[in-house]
Every structure is written in C-alpha cells, then in structure tokens.
Design a protein around this ligand. Structure first.
Ligand SMILES: Nc1ncnc2c1ncn2[C@@H]1O[C@H](COP(=O)(O)OP(=O)(O)O)[C@@H](O)[C@H]1O
Ligand SMILES: [Mg+2]
Length: 263
C-alpha cells in the first residue's frame, strides 16, 4: 500500500463513522479457526447482540477486539483508527471496555471502594495510598455509577458478601468507569435468576445512549430485549444478521436453536 492509499484508507474509515469495524478477521488456534473471516460494523451508540451456541467463537471475537489476542488475519478499527496491532491498554485508552465471562472482582473491598478505585484508575494493591478524601469529585462519580447499576443500597457491602448476580452488576459499574465509549459484555446474564435477568435488562437499557455495546448472550430473550441489531454466529462464522424481530422469526435461526445447535 502506498502512503497515499494508506491515508485514503484512514480517511475512508473515519468518514464511515463506525465505533467498531472488523474486516475479514480470522483467529486460528493451531488448525482450528475459532473465528473465520468476520466482517462486522457497529455504529457509535449502537446496541448489538452476538448470539451463538457454545464454541461459536463469541469470546474469541471479543478477545480480538480488546487486544487480548492478536487476530491471525484481518483488521480491526475502533472509532476509525486501525487498532489491529495495538496492545489492550491502548484500546482501553480509546474508550473500549469489557466484562469477562468469569468474575475478576476483588472480594476484600466494599462495592463503593471497588468503584472508586476503578474511577481513579489505580490498582487495588495501592488502595491504602489513595483513600478518598471528603469532597473528592470521584466519590460523586463512583456514587453515580453505583446508582446506574442499581446497587446504592449495597454500596457498603463487602464484595465477598454479594450474591453472584450483584457481583455481575458491580462488574458493569467497573466497566463504566473512566468515560467508556464502547463496552463488550461477555454473557452478563449467565447464572442469573429470572429476577436478576430483569434487573440486568433494566440496567443495560438504562445506560447512557452515547455508549455503544456488544452483548454476547446465550439467552436469546435477554439479547433480543436489549439489542437493536443481532449478529448470529455459528462455527466461527457470521450466520445471520438482523433486527431482533427478524432474528426471532427466522426459520434457519429457529432450526439452529431448536435443533440442538444451542445448549
Ligand atoms: N485460547 C484458546 N486456545 C485454543 N482454542 C481456543 C482458545 N479459545 C477458544 N478456543 C476454541 O475456539 C472455539 C471458539 O471458542 P469461544 O470463542 O470461547 O466460543 P464461545 O465464546 O462462542 O463459546 C472453541 O472451539 C474453543 O475451544
Ligand atoms: Mg464464550
């Protein structure tokens, strides 16, 4: 590619205005293609669900977007910028956040301390050095985030005393710290009771509109209620894209879900 081509390419993707743009992304593990030739765009503020059975490649897709894995081929653009080779922290600096399928919370602190520290952007091990003072504006910010995930009543609880569902809610608050522009949620409804799922749907639909997100879900119900658009994956490839109504009414999707492709 010439310098001029590269500049034109960069301009082209800036003007396309997508929050996230994947082109031909493939990730191989040995001979296994965990994802193959994924091309996908998500607009700023858009709420997208990625559905698919176990092993479809959903988490691998997230790992490539966050920089936890380098893709084997293809390009990834974040707000117009080619971040394919960027380390994870450079993507975080540009407003990308994620939650994990398995909790990474630290149990020995309260809800409020966890969120305050995420707002400070410091590691938990240095907590004793950064005890908040009264009037610290980040305390107010932390309180707002705790409210956004419906946890004000539990703000002084130790994380280790929270229910599993509350821990998942707290993870969302941590992902909201530090002005994110785009969040990847990896199966936030996994292991939640029906009541907790309702709560989760309310939290996600109540997020600020400028924050786009992708939610990976196993549970079609949750995904179809929070997302404007749905991407269905199967065997590492995009199988179908559409609105929740289109996906729900699609005979091929139904066959895949009812025919044992989904567990
Ligand atoms: N780190 C890894 N090493 C080897 N194989 C992996 C790794 N991560 C995922 N895979 C494989 O890639 C495929 C897709 O996995 P994954 O992305 O976790 O799917 P999903 O999240 O949709 O359940 C699976 O066959 C899985 O075993
Ligand atoms: Mg997964």
């Amino acid at each position: 590619m010439t310098m001029l081509d590269a500049a034109a390419d960069r301009l082209g993707s800036v003007s396309s205005g997508n929050a996230l743009e994947l082109r031909g992304v493939t990730k191989m593990f040995g001979a296994l293609a965990a994802i193959s030739d994924i091309t996908l765009s998500v607009r700023p503020g858009e709420r997208r669900a990625v559905l698919g059975s176990n092993g479809a490649g959903k988490t691998t897709l997230f790992n490539c977007v966050t920089g936890d894995f380098l893709p084997t081929s293809g390009t990834i653009r974040l707000f117009g910028e080619d971040v394919t080779a960027f380390p994870a922290h450079e993507r975080i600096r540009r407003g990308l956040r994620r939650t994990y399928q398995i909790s990474l919370l630290f149990g020995g602190l309260t809800v409020a301390d966890n969120v305050y520290l995420a707002c400070r952007g410091v590691s938990r091990s240095r907590f004793s050095l950064v005890r908040p003072r009264r009037g610290d504006p980040l305390l107010i910010r932390a309180a707002e985030l705790i409210e956004a995930v419906h946890m004000t009543a539990s703000r002084h609880a130790m994380v280790s005393d929270l229910s599993y569902g509350q821990q998942r809610q707290l993870e969302i608050a941590l992902a909201l710290a530090g002005a994110p522009r785009f969040i990847l949620f990896d199966e936030p409804a996994a292991g939640l009771s029906p009541t907790e799922r309702q709560e989760l749907v309310a939290i996600l639909t109540g997020l600020p509109r400028h924050i786009g997100f992708i939610i990976i879900e196993h549970d079609m119900d949750v995904a179809l209620r929070v997302a404007e658009n749905v991407t269905m994956m199967h065997n590492g490839r995009i199988f179908k894209e559409g609105t929740p109504a289109e996906i729900e009414g699609d005979p091929e999707v139904q066959a895949l879900y009812l025919g044992g492709g989904h567990d």
